[in-house]
Design a protein around this ligand. Structure first.
Ligand code: ADP
Ligand code: MG
Length: 277
């Protein structure tokens, strides 16, 4: 039988975000644990649109590398909730901030999973647009899944540059700030934007801090935007393997048309050499 809100009891708050709260909940009869994302429709004018978009996207996806949706609830006062599988180690951001050090092999395992998740959503014409450590969930077996499709987009026939100013600025690719760097055909390739964010995310996990900023420094928006658009992309120290450096370079090409696609990255030696570890 389908799960209803009455079957669930709140255990604790897992996280807060734009217009919503994520709870750890327990199914009273079976004791199964889930995550419940409750979104308040009155908090912001576009929140309702985001809720429907996220639900829509979760329904279109079915991959071990994308968080699973077990149901959607209509709540009083127009609020809505999404019941998801619970990921018991939280996010890659919280792991990093708790001092976990990610070595090359772990990064390769993470990358392999996220790239497969991206290949899955990109094949369904979905761009995530907010890929970053706090939107990647982890479980006890270091399985990694893409979550938080709140600002994601289902691409239409034409790749439109409009309405692209969403997501966390820090992880946005150069072409999202600067229309002159859109692909050579003048269109904005949203898929390539996700690949940029992936490169930056992996680099951050390895370095332990956001690559464009010295450790502990708070981002200053204007300086950061200049660095992303006019500076050289961040890169790894010479001490890491050539495969790892090469992989990050394939993701952090400033020219979006030179960036590898998710499918291409799957055959990159960095992922192939670590496969099966
Ligand atoms: P927001 O749009 O508010 O960022 P997210 O979907 O990213 O929404 O969820 C916010 C936080 O809640 C996450 O960063 C994470 O800490 C926690 N969270 C979300 N979904 C889950 C889940 N399925 N399992 C465990 N924790 C989760
Ligand atoms: Mg989030």
């Amino acid at each position: 039988a389908a799960i209803t809100m009455a079957d669930l009891e709140k255990v604790q708050v897992l996280g807060h975000g734009n217009g919503g709260t994520v709870y750890k909940v327990r199914h009273k009869r079976t004791s199964a644990i889930y995550a419940l994302k409750v979104m308040h429709s009155d908090s912001e004018p576009n929140t309702r649109r985001q809720i429907f978009q996220e639900i829509n996207i979760l329904r279109r996806t079915d991959s071990p590398y994308v968080v699973k949706c077990h149901g959607v609830f209509d709540l009083p006062a127009g609020d809505m909730a999404i019941l998801m599988e619970y990921m018991d180690r939280g996010t890659l951001e919280s792991l990093m901030k708790s001092g976990v050090v990610f070595g090359e092999e772990t990064i390769a395992k993470i990358a392999h999973q996220v790239v497969q998740g991206l290949e899955h959503i990109h094949a369904r014409k979905i761009t995530h647009r907010d890929l970053k450590p706090s939107n990647l969930l982890v479980d006890g077996k270091m399985r990694v899944k893409i979550a938080d499709f709140g600002v994601s987009k289902i691409m239409c026939r034409t790749l439109d540059p409009c309405n692209s100013y969403v997501g966390t600025c820090a992880y946005m690719s150069p072409e999202r700030f600067d229309p002159d760097t859109y692909g050579k055909d003048g269109t904005y390739n949203g898929y390539a934007g996700d690949i940029w964010s992936l490169g930056l995310t992996l680099l951050e996990l390895f370095m332990g801090h956001f690559p464009y900023l010295p450790e502990g420094q708070r981002p200053d928006w204007a300086t950061l935007m200049c660095a992303i658009c006019f500076g050289e992309p961040p890169c790894l120290p010479a001490t890491v393997s050539g495969e790892f450096r090469g992989f990050i370079e394939c993701c952090l090409q400033k020219d979006s048309s030179k960036r590898w696609t998710a499918s291409q990255l799957l055959s990159h030696p960095f992922l192939k050499n670590f496969r099966g570890c």
